[in-house]
Design a protein. Structure first.
Length: 294
């Protein structure tokens, strides 16, 4: 009886936290950012606001819909002003990407989440491939990598792992620019965001080198979101793409024409997941690259 009551209380609290999160993340962006800054700076003078902020970050929130329905996400790693907070808790983040993964990922598959942010697509992929599959997330921003690890653990996905590394053309190190909104953090080689808060050294790995060494299994599907470094990541996995022919879902950041040319060279056909405009001529879009039949 006591166990059932605890479970019921847990479920009700989860629903309440989910609803509160929807309310908070539905606020206008500028107002939400101002509240988040007051909380971080310790200027949340009203006791109610202080208590609400503490309560918000104390326990995970269940995802309300989409492929992530009822998966848990750590609110401690989802600040009020996170660019995708509302979309994540509603389960509506990037529907075309979710649909592509639903079609591409089968039980037992190997999925790479390259540029995992806080791990939303990592846990979606882990659900889709199941315990017989494998999910490997790559995320160089330390705070984001910790968030991925927590979200993996929250959902008991023992077949998923996080590697705190950037993916590039070759193994080594690079400078990473950490942006105020961590989602936009990027390698220094791709330019400079207007809101850079910190510059740190990060480890860079080549997928080809990791696969050749047997460190990780070769992928069946990759999701790439590296804020402009997608061509560097592709360059470091050429052998894997030529030999294993995995599907690629990639968010492009002004690299459309070059990405399409590179994928064509590697024997892939690229389509636009967000609309009908050809990928090479579109603005920032999600592209799907599938290997041509040989």
């Amino acid at each position: 009886m006591h166990r059932a009551l605890r479970q019921l209380r847990h479920e009700l609290t989860g629903r309440l936290r989910n609803g509160a999160t929807h309310l908070i993340t539905g606020m206008p962006e500028e107002r939400r950012a101002a509240v988040a800054e007051r909380v971080r700076a310790g200027r949340a003078s009203r006791a109610l606001l202080r208590r609400a902020a503490g309560w918000y970050g104390r326990a995970p929130v269940p995802v309300a819909g989409g492929l992530g329905h009822l998966l848990s996400v750590s609110t401690a790693d989802l600040p009020l002003d996170h660019a995708h907070a509302g979309l994540i808790v509603r389960g509506t983040l990037e529907p075309p990407v979710q649909e592509a993964l639903r079609r591409l990922l089968a039980p037992g598959a190997v999925f790479y989440d390259v540029g995992a942010n806080i791990g939303f697509f990592t846990i979606l992929g882990a659900r889709l491939v199941g315990p017989a599959g494998r999910v490997i997330a790559f995320e160089p921003v330390p705070a984001c990598a910790r968030a991925v690890a927590r979200n993996i653990a929250l959902n008991d996905f023992a077949h998923a792992e996080i590697r705190e590394e950037a993916v590039g053309a070759r193994s080594g190190s690079a400078r990473l620019l950490v942006v105020g909104e961590a989602s936009w953090s990027h390698l220094a080689s791709t330019g400079r965001h207007a809101d850079v808060r910190e510059e740190i050294a990060v480890k860079v790995v080549s997928i080809d080198e990791l696969v050749a060494a047997g460190t990780i299994p070769p992928p069946d599907v990759l999701k790439i979101d590296t804020e402009g470094a997608e061509l560097q990541a592709i360059e470091g996995m050429r052998a894997t793409l030529e030999q294993r022919r995995p599907a690629i879902v990639c968010e492009l950041h002004d690299t459309n024409a070059a990405f399409c040319a590179r994928m064509d060279e590697l024997g892939y056909v690229t389509t636009n997941l967000d609309g009908t405009e050809p990928v090479a001529e579109a603005g920032p879009v999600h592209a799907l690259a599938l290997a041509r039949e040989r």
